[in-house]
Design a protein around this ligand. Structure first.
Ligand SMILES: *Cc1c(COP(=O)(O)O)cnc(C)c1O
Length: 461
């Protein structure tokens, strides 16, 4: 086989014009795909592999490459892992009101930075500031892109060039390389570690104070817990010490919740309102963890401090966009009626769903699957646990009832791969050599998709 026998790209391009499947593909994508297909064949010839190189095989290859290039890269997936706030799968799902509001604001001009009353320039954060203050009891609030940005911004504003005192037990790393010591140095602060990994006492903070101490920082451990012989200093004690020494106190709550989860059978997490009323000068938290809204970082605190944050140039660099603001406002509004929030915000709904209701979901899925795939798998239900995820409630497991599948004619890992590579991708876990579907995070209407995809994959053998 000779390189010279390869057709030219112009010749192939002409041919694609007569082929219907190429019609909706942009010309530049077709051209690049043809070049890639020709390259591939050229390499094969050079390697003496004697490739098939008719026009049709080249066009087929180019078509496959082109469809890969034009398909969306960010696509919906089905979360059958039971992990409610799955960072890899996009964390919180938005509530209906937020989705509607995003659409409304996206397709129309808005008063994003116009004060309709005066006709003068307005402030974008005002769309949510009063609401956040109402829900948290704070004097003032501001919102940026995410909580990592919120922490950076708050540290930089309050404590640049000064020492920030943090317990060694709270120097956490959050997924996606957010590490407190790194953020500290990027914000221009000097980290002053105190205590030990497992035990820190108030006197550790006290003896660390110098002329250059600018802030006491408390960080929620979020994604891990320290157990056994432990001690940490409560926010309220730090606040007392801070008042006595005129050193401000900041708390990074990480997830940050607006409601008390204990009435729903979950552990009592400190709410944002708790931290505010305890006297933290500044509190930061995420919009898309337990709050169940869009990705955002919320900073609340005393007016004086928040006012300084508002004029920091970094605030402009981290400013929240209007679609996020629209989603956040709608989500926050639901919190005025806790019952409604728990019913309508998907994150809260999935976390607080009763075991009884999970079992109903499991039964429904089991029945659908049983009709379709019984011949090809050993199928069962098992009481297992789901995790909240997203760095919230690190030790908590929620009782759930899963469907467990063991294929009769293929390996479990091949089934898992097949499901993951389907459209839409279905993400689930393998445990004990079984494929596990946790109904907690499966949305209504997805059962049939799961069933038909399983049927297809199992038939492939
Ligand atoms: C998650 C988390 C962050 C980062 O928040 P993002 O909204 O993901 O940027 C910061 N601090 C703590 C303690 C966290 O748990």
């Amino acid at each position: 086989m000779h390189l010279k026998a390869l057709p030219g790209v112009d010749h192939l391009l002409e041919l694609t014009k007569k082929k219907a499947p190429f019609r909706d593909i942009p010309r530049r994508v077709i051209l690049e795909s043809l070049r890639n297909a020709l390259d591939h064949t050229r390499q094969a010839i050079l390697a003496d592999r004697d490739p098939c190189m008719t026009d049709d095989t080249l066009l087929d290859r180019a078509y496959r490459l082109a469809t890969q290039k034009i398909r969306s890269r960010l696509v919906p997936v089905i979360n059958a892992t039971g992990v409610v706030l799955h960072t890899n799968l996009g964390r919180a799902l938005l509530c209906e009101d937020a989705l509607d509001n995003i659409q409304t604001i996206a397709q129309s001009y808005s008063n994003l930075e116009l004060n309709i009353g005066t006709g003068k320039r307005g402030i974008r954060y005002e769309a949510v500031e009063d609401l956040i203050c109402e829900l948290t009891g704070a004097q003032s609030a501001i919102v940026v892109n995410n909580n990592a940005g919120a922490v950076l911004l708050a540290l930089n504003t309050i404590a640049q060039d000064t020492q920030v005192v943090v317990s060694r037990g709270e120097l956490v790393e959050i997924g996606g390389s957010f590490r407190i010591p790194d953020v500290m140095s990027k914000s221009g602060c000097i980290l002053k570690e105190v205590g030990t990994t497992n035990r820190t006492h108030l006197k550790d903070y006290e003896t660390a104070i110098s002329d250059n101490t600018g802030l006491f920082l408390k960080v929620h451990a979020s994604n891990y817990s320290i157990q056994g012989f432990t001690a940490s200093v409560a926010l309220k004690d730090l606040v007392v010490l801070g008042k006595a020494k005129t050193i401000p106190v900041m708390e990074d709550l990480g997830s940050g919740t607006l409601i008390d989860f204990s009435p729903y059978g979950l552990p009592a997490e400190t709410t944002v309102a708790d931290s505010v009323s305890t006297g933290a000068d500044v509190v930061t938290f995420s919009g898309d963890k337990l709050l169940g809204g869009p990705q955002a970082g919320i900073i609340v605190g005393q007016k004086q401090t928040i006012d300084r944050i508002k004029t920091n140039p970094i605030t402009r660099a981290l400013r929240i966009d209007k679609l996020t603001l629209a989603a956040l406002e709608s989500t926050l509004k639901l919190y005025r009626d806790e019952e409604r929030a728990v019913r309508e915000i998907p994150t809260l709904r999935m976390l607080t769903i009763s075991f009884e209701d999970i079992c109903k979901k499991a039964d429904r899925l089991f029945n659908i699957l049983q009709k379709d795939i019984k011949a090809d798998v050993e199928m069962d239900m098992a009481d297992m646990t789901s995790r909240p995820g997203g760095g919230s409630f690190p030790d908590l497991t929620l009782p759930t009832r899963c469907i467990t599948l063991r294929p009769r004619h293929m390996s479990v890992s091949k089934l898992e791969t097949g499901m993951r590579e389907s459209t839409p991708a279905i993400i689930a876990r393998i445990e004990d050599n079984k494929y596990i579907l946790d109904p907690r995070t499966i949305q209504s209407g997805q059962e049939d998709i799961i069933s038909s995809t399983l049927t297809q994959i199992l038939k492939k053998k």
